[in-house]
Structures are given as C-alpha cells and as structure tokens.
Design a protein around this ligand. Structure first.
Ligand code: CA
Ligand code: CA
Length: 454
C-alpha cells in the first residue's frame, strides 16, 4: 500500500458516508425540429433515432439530420391525420438481425387500433418495405373512446400492448360507464402480452395469467384496470415495467411492476382512480387485490381546474449524466411539467419537479446508449435530456476514463475507479469526499479542486 492510498483511508476514518438523496437538475437541448404532430421516439439499437408522426409517417434522424424520405409511410391507412394515426411503434429486440418493426395505429375507416409488422428494406436500411403483416386488431367501437396506448417489448422478449378503456374522455363525464377496463371478457383498459417469435402472427405465452382457452377471458390479457395508458416502458437495466395512466377528473398515476411478475394485476380503474375510490362504480373486487399506483398527482378536480394528463417516460440508464442515473423521467401533456423520480428497492421514492417545461409533451424516447429525449406534439420539436453542468451534488460510482471534468456546486462524492490512462478532475464548491471504494489506478491522473462552477 502506498502512502497516498493510506492517507485516503485515514481521512475516511472520520468521514461519514453521505446518505442524502441526490437530485439531478435537468435541461432540454433542442435535438431535431419540424416534425408534424410527432407521437413517439424510438431507437433501432444504432446511432439513429426514429420519430413517428400522427399522420402516418415514421421519420429517420441520422447524423443529426431528419431524412426527407420516411422510413414508414402509412398515411393512406390511418384514421385521422390530426388526432388518430400512429400512436406508438417498437423495434424488435433483434432488429439488427431480423429487421422487424411493429406499428400501433388507428386505422381507417373503422377507427379500430391495428398492430402490424413491417420489414426493413433489403436494399436501404433507412426504408421499410411497404408490405404490411397484421398482428392484432383492438376492436374499439366507441368513436371517441380511449385507444391507449403503447407497444413495447419486455425483457422476456414478449410484445406488451397497453390499451385504452374504449370510453369517452370528456371533462365531467362519468368515466368508463360500461366498466370495460375491469371486464376480463374485453381487451379494453388492459395490458396484453403476446409472443411474436414462435408463430405467425403470434402465440400466447404459456405463462400468461389467463392463457386457458376455457376461461372466457381472452388469452392475450396480462393485466387490467387501466383507463388510458399513455406510455409504458421497461427499464433497460432490470426489465421493470413503468406506466403512466391518464386519470379522469381526479388523479393521474404512475404504475410500477417489478420484472418477473406473473401478471394478473388489477390497476384499479374504474373502481379506483389513483388511490381513490371512484364513486360511480358500485361493485368492486376487494381493494387488497388491486395494484395501486406508485405515485399519483392531482388532476383537474384537485388542481384548481387545471387539466392534467400524465406522460410516462423512462428510467435513465445512460452514461453522460451520472446524477440522472436510475431516475425515472415522466411528465404531463397539459401542464408541460417534467419530474424525476428515484425509486428505492423498498418502494419508497424521491420525486422532484424539474424546472424545464415542455408544452404538449407527448412522449419520451431512449437511444441505444440510454440517453433520453422528449418530444412536443404541437411544437414538433425533439429535445435531448441533459443535466445541469453544475448540479448541487454529484455521486460517482461507475468507473471513469478518458479526459473528463466533473463539476458540482457543493459536493462530489467518489466511490469509483479512475481508469488507467484517464485524466480526471473533480471540481466542487464545498467538498470532495472519497469513499473506501475510490481508487486511482496506475497510469492515470486525478485532480481534486475546491472551486465553484464557472
Ligand atoms: Ca383465456
Ligand atoms: Ca389505477
């Protein structure tokens, strides 16, 4: 042990490890613009991003440029280019090999929701073949009813489909009067789960909770009790499911299901709106059978008459913004608010309203490196989520290499490795604390300086 290492350990003998939650401070950087009513952002697992427009196109962003020719164009098949076209799309987890992309859209003329597969062109990686392979149709029959939704692959390789309750969303109407989200005979207000890999168009996973053909429950149903789920994602690190469910007039909610769940959750609607008994539903299953939200926030009735519509997002798993690591980003379409939520393993969480405001926030996106994006429906702009260059505190746990300068206005705590050949500076306004796991390996340079952010 060299003298320097010994000194670090001696100093640590009286430094109490920090226990305060570290809250990132985010900002929005314009990344691409001039989309027409964009609805969703996805990555194919490479450096490109793809953005869907409600009118039926999926566009490619490559080398910071939006390509003129869309990747997918189903403009002639969608129901309404203003409001009801492409809602969501998803690349197959093995897209690099099989070139399969899945699109969820409201189709013309019957306004049912169609989920179809398309194939990457064999001649142009920025084009999909126009041939459509139908997978599943959600038979919505209320012309103005909630249609959800989201399609996304889970870590189990199955395709999850979040559906709306097929009921009107108007202000001050009774929500889901036909109680469709609770009704297990209907696919409305549900999460469905299908296996698109072992059969055409799909198989029912044998572990689906209602897979028995004799129970009068569609075998696709995995969970129920949703009103209008808008955005469902899986944590790319651990496969946990996160979902934003739009409330009626009372409460917006964020739902959470840990990876490996057997399914069968009842998320409550319309027996419950958020954590609150919905007064118009007379008979309900026992509340102990319900899966209540991780978090709720006030909707129209409890919010001074201000409209609210939750937009579920992603857990940040990128490397560019260490203070954001492990935080779930979500927002609100009506208010433009964006929050970061850090959930601990015991289910408690820290929820922080961030200062940037994005009107008509319609979706978050995640690129192949885990960096996050947000897009505005009427604004037509795509933003990259960044953290303030100078957060109050920074806690570094992952190894760092290269030449980097980490800054915090108050304190940096390091329990990480400075990799060989690295040239790293920690700059903090008040203190730099090195915990026992901190290590500077041979051949690297590490500097610590007490200085505020410039
Ligand atoms: Ca069944
Ligand atoms: Ca609920």
């Amino acid at each position: 042990m060299n003298v320097r290492r010994l000194l670090v350990i001696l100093v640590l003998g009286w430094v109490r490890p920090l226990t305060f939650a570290q809250n990132p401070t985010i900002s929005l950087d314009l990344y691409a613009s001039n989309f027409t009513r964009p609805t969703d952002v996805e990555s194919a697992g490479d450096a490109r991003l793809f953005v869907s427009e409600i009118g039926g196109k999926i566009k490619v962003i490559q080398n910071d440029t939006v390509l003129n020719t869309p990747f997918v164009d189903i403009s002639s098949k969608i129901n309404n280019p203003q409001w009801s076209g492409i809602f969501s799309f998803a690349f197959h987890p093995d897209y690099a090999q099989n070139g399969k992309i899945y699109v969820m859209y409201v189709r013309s003329p019957d306004a049912q929701v169609q989920i179809s597969q398309f194939n990457r062109s064999t001649s142009d990686p920025n084009q999909a073949d126009p041939t459509e392979f139908p997978i599943l149709t959600i038979p919505y029959n209320n012309p103005i009813g909630h249609r959800g939704g989201e399609i996304a692959f889970g870590q189990d390789g199955y395709l999850y489909i979040a559906t709306g309750d097929n009921a009107d969303g108007g202000r001050a109407v009774v929500g889901d009067p036909l109680n469709q989200a609770q009704n297990l005979a209907l696919v409305f207000g549900k999460i469905l789960r299908i296996d698109v890999n072992s059969a055409t168009p799909y198989n029912i996973p044998t572990t689906n909770p209602y897979q028995s053909p004799n129970d009068n429950i569609p075998d696709e149903i995995w969970a129920r009790g949703l009103r209008n789920p808008w955005r469902m994602t899986f944590d790319k690190l651990n496969g946990d499911l996160w979902l934003g469910d739009n409330g009626q007039d009372g409460w917006e909610e964020v739902d959470f299901v840990a990876n490996g769940s057997a399914g069968g959750q009842n998320f409550g609607w319309r027996c419950y709106e958020g954590n609150h008994r919905y007064p118009y539903q007379v008979t309900c299953d026992d509340s102990t059978t319900m899966t209540f939200p991780l978090l709720e926030y006030a909707g129209f009735d409890h919010n001074g008459g201000n409209t609210a519509s939750v937009i579920g997002g992603y857990v940040y798993r990128g490397a560019q913004h260490p203070s954001l690591y492990g935080h779930y980003l979500y927002g609100d379409y009506a208010s433009g608010k964006i929050w970061t939520l850090k959930r601990e393993l015991n289910g408690t969480y820290t929820n922080v309203l961030q200062s940037p405001n994005l009107p008509n926030l319609i979706a978050f996106g995640q690129d192949s490196s885990g960096e996050l994006y947000a897009i505005s429906f009427f604004g037509g702009n795509l933003y990259k989520i960044k953290t303030d260059n100078c957060p109050p505190t920074l806690s570094l746990t992952a190894p760092v290499g290269g030449t980097q300068n980490f800054k915090a206005s108050l304190q940096i705590e390091g329990q990480n490795t400075i990799e060989s050949g690295a040239n790293i500076t920690y700059q903090a306004g008040n203190s730099i604390v090195l915990l026992p796991n901190f290590q500077v390996v041979a051949g690297s340079v590490f500097k610590a300086t007490i200085a505020g952010c410039p």
